[in-house]
Design a protein around this ligand. Structure first.
Ligand code: PLP
Length: 352
């Protein structure tokens, strides 16, 4: 199904068959993988290679997400899925991808590392897709990257635009749903069956609160997932991550509760930010951050930094804006206080 899109050498590639791929039983005398049979230099034993296909974890994710395990790829962060997708479909020095800036930086970085050309089709003033312009690139690119809710703007991308692309573009559509849990709109996961060239990525790094573990998910047609599995490194998800993710999935309620608190804090912070004089705009956000437009973003960023409050200066990609992640209630209060102090210092300086 993906033969005419795939790079020819990937099509021909025979995947590495790991020891644990060849024998899948749990019991026996394992003399197949050159592991240390005695134990580990740690208190707990980690001497055996983990399941290369993460079967238990995929089974559980499949149940929660209402897809089949064969529709799931797990990566060392969703960044791994982004990279593998480019490596599977884009020939170096020859193929291209399209990105819609301002957006997540890894699409361009991954493409550039792989010597794949990047066309930038900027979002409109309202941070929506410039469909007329994007259409003119349909026959020039292999993958279109759409991020919804978009990082760093925080808004969702209009559904009809995504539909149009899915129905008219003949390449791969990567829909990045890293922030979907914070969003009122539903995930596109339920429509996976309808669009075989749609790849949806989600992550354990944001709503699930497990960024340190590095675990990302890609959902797609079984044949496309098989391609990603063929080219991934064999044991890409370590056993600690697999086990902790299994544990976390039993605790979806905690994730939902954290999401709820984050959204409450986001809306509160947004209202309070709007009261500050030098802040020009707080963009609508369906994610766990706010993009804030102000008169002097670089100075504010530096001021906050001097108070050990670290935000993200996005003024080079989004006009006069810094991106602020939603913190705990206490952290958000400290942020607001610092921003008000800065405001006061402005007035004070004017008077002197
Ligand atoms: C944070 C983020 C990710 C997640 O990356 P991981 O590698 O899974 O931590 C993916 N896409 C976007 C847009 C993000 O902001």
């Amino acid at each position: 199904m993906f033969d005419n899109l795939l790079r020819p050498h990937i099509k021909k590639l025979q995947a590495y068959a790991s020891a644990r791929d060849e024998y899948q039983g749990n019991t026996g005398i394992f003399l197949d993988a050159n592991e240390n049979a005695i134990g580990s230099a740690t208190y707990e034993a980690y001497n055996r290679y983990p399941d290369p296909q993460q079967k238990l974890l995929k089974q559980k994710i499949a149940t929660i997400k209402k897809v089949k395990p064969e529709n799931i790829f797990l990566g060392n962060g969703s960044d791994e899925a982004i990279d593998l997708l480019i490596r599977a479909f884009c020939e170096a020095q020859e193929d291209a991808i399209a990105i819609l800036p301002p957006t997540y930086g890894m699409y361009e970085v991954s493409a550039t590392i792989n010597a794949v050309k990047v066309y930038q089709i900027p979002l409109t003033q309202l941070f929506q897709i410039d469909l007329e312009k994007l259409k003119t690139y349909f026959d020039k690119v292999k993958i279109i990257f759409i991020c919804s809710p978009n990082n760093p703007t925080g808004n969702t991308i209009a559904e009809p635009d995504i539909l149009y692309i899915l129905e008219h573009f003949e390449g791969i559509v990567l829909l990045d749903e890293a922030y979907v849990d914070f969003c009122a709109d539903k995930s596109w996961l339920s429509r996976l069956d309808k669009y075989p060239r749609l790849v949806i990525i989600q992550t354990f790094s944001k709503a699930w609160g497990m960024a340190a573990l590095r675990l990302g998910m890609a959902f797609a047609h079984t044949e496309l997932i098989a391609i990603l599995n063929k080219i991934k490194s064999p044991y890409n998800i370590n056993i600690l991550t697999q086990n902790l993710a299994l544990e976390a999935l039993d605790n979806e309620a905690k994730m939902q509760e954290m999401v709820k608190v984050t959204i409450q804090q986001r809306e509160l912070l947004k209202e309070k930010l709007k009261e500050i004089a030098y802040i020009e705009d707080v963009y609508p956000s369906e994610a766990n951050f706010l993009l804030v437009k102000m008169k002097n973003p670089q100075e504010v960023f530096a001021y906050l930094l001097s108070k050990k409050i670290i935000t993200r200066d996005r003024s080079k990609v989004a006009e006069r804006a810094i991106r602020i992640s939603i913190g705990t209630e206490t952290e958000n209060i400290a942020l607001l206080q610092a921003l008000r102090d800065y405001d006061n210092s402005l007035h004070h300086n004017k008077k002197v």
